[in-house]
Design a protein around this ligand. Structure first.
Ligand code: DC
Length: 227
């Protein structure tokens, strides 16, 4: 069976993976999947129900039909009865709990099954995450590892939130991101790391448009794209 063309974009927190992946997918006529959205949806279930046992979380997720659904070119998370799951999965309690949920192997296996099934329904897909090129699609057609210094990522994140970037806030956000990097790279299950065949793109000195353009060029050079 011919599988969908897959572009994997991995990298640390706040490296701009999701917005970059969405823009790359648009340019190529591919679908976009944000794999973190499934870890967040499971975390939302855990927080809402106050349960931590992975088997119970998965049973509840099944009852709520937590899944990826095609919404035009984007593939978005669905939770029964929640009108705006994209907002629900980005609430503070979810931000705080998602690293612990993403460290549980049973839950990672469940997410990976959903990612592979949703990808198979597309002709081409850009998926962003931490382990897409290493664990979920080790045979992806193109793997990109996005990096930027923690300080550059912190500054972008504060600007996105509309904050005036003062040095104390910047130092605090840089420390928070460095700690997330430490958790994501040191966990036992599918830690964040660069695939040996990934193209590394350091975006510290690039604009958003430049980083999208570089990946689109790489994709086209690899014969990828419907548009
Ligand atoms: O990209 P994000 O911040 O929405 O990801 C949320 C969490 O999920 C983060 O702690 C890392 C984890 N994650 C993961 O472990 N593997 C992925 N493929 C995607 C996200």
């Amino acid at each position: 069976m011919r599988h969908a063309r897959v572009i994997a974009i991995d990298g640390p927190a706040a490296s701009g993976k999701s917005s970059t992946a969405a823009a790359v997918a648009r340019a190529l006529g591919f679908a976009h999947i944000d794999s973190g959205s499934l870890y967040r949806a499971l975390t939302w279930v855990s927080v809402r129900a106050g349960v931590h046992d992975p088997a119970v979380i998965l049973a509840l997720a099944g009852r709520l039909h937590v899944d990826l659904q095609s919404d035009g070119d984007a593939v978005r998370v669905h939770i029964d009865g929640i009108n705006d799951p994209e907002s629900a999965i980005r609430m503070l309690e979810v931000n705080a709990g998602v690293s612990a949920i993403a460290a549980l192997p049973t839950l990672r296996d469940w997410v990976n099954v959903k990612l592979r099934a949703a990808s198979a329904d597309t002709s081409g897909v850009v998926i962003d995450g931490r382990d897409i090129g290493t664990a979920v699609f080790p045979d992806a057609d193109l793997k990109v590892f996005l990096t930027a210094t923690a300080a550059a990522r912190a500054e972008r994140r504060l600007r996105q939130r509309g904050h005036v970037v003062d040095p104390i806030e910047l130092a605090a956000e840089t420390a928070r991101l460095a700690e997330r990097d430490r958790l994501d790279t040191s966990r036992a299950a599918a830690p964040l790391r660069q695939a040996s065949d990934a193209v590394v793109l350091d975006t510290t000195a690039l604009t958003f448009e430049e980083q999208v353009e570089r990946i689109v060029m790489l994709a086209r050079a690899n014969g990828l794209g419907n548009a």
